[in-house]
Design a protein around this ligand. Structure first.
Ligand SMILES: [Zn+2]
Length: 283
C-alpha cells in the first residue's frame, strides 16, 4: 500500500494486525462506545465494535533520501509486557525487501518516539548480540525523547526496550539526536506532538503543493478523532496528549492534508473533516 505526495512516496509494510484485545490501550473504547461511530467500520473496527489495529512501518522516499519511519516490534525480543510481543520470529525484513527496500538501502531511520513498537527493528540478534539492522542508516531520534528514556524508568519492560533496541545503535555511533521541529529534507520536517511521550513527533511531508502527516502515536486509533478526550494508557502525560489532539485536529480539519496513521489498519490514511461538533476521518 502506498501514497504519492508530490515527489514523495510513502509505502506501508505491516508487521502485525489485530482485531480486539486493545482495551488495555484505550479503556474508554468499549464496544458500546465504538458501535455508534459508524465511519470506523470496516477499516478501523469490526461489526461487533472491536478495534482493528496495525503495527507497521512507513518508508518515505524523497528525491534524496529513503527514510524508514518507526521500526515496529522486531524479532527475538524478551521482557516485553505484552506476551505475544516476546520472542517473535516474523518475516518483516523479508516483507520489507519484497516491497523493494532491503535493509542496506535504508539511509535514514526515524523513530517518532521510543516506545516498544516503534524501535524494535532498530536492532537484530546476531550471535547473542543486538546489532543495528540498518547499518548504512543514520538513526534519527528526538533529543528530548532520548534523554527521557536513557534514564532508568523503573519498569523492567521499558528498560529492556532501551537496552536492546536503542542503546546498541547509539553505541554503534549511528544515532543523530534531533530537535522536535527538525527539518530533514526539502520535503520533510518534524512536528512536535507531545503528550503520548515527552518528545513525541509527527512527520510532515510537503511536495509540489501536496501535504501529508504521518501521525506517530499522538492518536493510537481513529476512534480518538471522534473522542480526542480518550487518552491512551501508554500516554506519559494524558492532559498534554488531549491538548495536542485538539490542536492538531483543529489545524487539520477541512484541509487537504492526508493523515497517514501509524497504527491505522485497513485504508490507513484519510482526510480529517469536521462533523458537527466533532471530527471524523474521511477515507
Ligand atoms: Zn507509543
Amino acid at each position: 500500500m502506498h501514497w504519492k505526495i508530490g515527489d514523495v512516496t510513502v509505502t506501508k509494510v505491516v508487521e502485525l494486525e489485530v482485531t480486539g484485545g486493545s482495551r488495555f490501550i484505550l479503556p474508554q473504547a468499549t464496544r458500546d462506545a465504538i458501535l455508534p461511530i459508524a465511519w470506523l467500520r470496516p477499516h478501523f473496527a469490526d461489526e461487533d465494535g472491536r478495534l482493528r489495529m496495525s503495527i507497521h512501518s512507513f518508508i518515505v522516499e524523497t528525491p534524496t533520501r529513503r527514510i524508514l519511519v518507526d521500526t515496529c516490534l522486531g524479532n527475538d525480543k524478551q521482557n516485553r509486557r505484552i506476551p505475544h510481543w516476546n520472542d517473535r520470529h516474523g518475516p518483516f525484513l523479508q516483507d520489507l525487501a519484497a516491497a523493494g527496500f532491503p535493509p542496506a538501502t535504508i539511509d535514514t531511520v526515524l523513530c517518532t518516539h521510543l516506545h516498544v513498537d516503534h524501535v524494535g527493528w532498530n536492532t537484530m540478534l546476531r550471535d547473542g548480540r543486538w546489532l543495528p539492522t540498518f547499518p548504512k542508516a543514520r538513526y534519527l531520534m528526538g533529543r528530548v525523547e532520548y534523554q527521557h528514556w536513557s534514564q532508568p524508568r523503573g519498569r523492567a519492560d521499558m528498560d529492556a526496550v532501551f537496552a536492546d533496541s536503542v542503546k546498541p545503535v547509539f553505541d554503534a555511533g549511528l544515532v543523530d539526536l534531533v530537535e522536535m521541529d527538525a527539518r530533514l529534507t526539502d520535503e520533510i520536517d518534524l512536528v512536535p506532538t507531545p503528550g503520548h511521550t515527552p518528545g513525541h513527533v509527527s512527520v510532515r511531508i510537503r511536495s509540489r503543493g501536496e501535504q501529508a502527516l504521518v501521525t506517530g502515536d499522538f492518536m493510537h486509533h481513529p476512534c480518538q478523532i471522534a473522542h480526542p478526550e480518550w487518552a491512551s494508557t501508554a500516554d506519559s502525560d494524558a492532559e498534554a496528549g488531549i491538548r495536542t489532539r485538539e490542536r492538531m485536529f483543529n489545524d487539520l480539519a477541512g484541509t487537504p492534508v492526508l493523515i497517514i496513521g501509524t497504527h491505522f489498519s485497513g485504508a490507513t490514511a484519510g482526510h480529517l473533516v469536521r462533523d458537527g461538533a466533532t471530527y471524523r476521518l474521511d477515507v
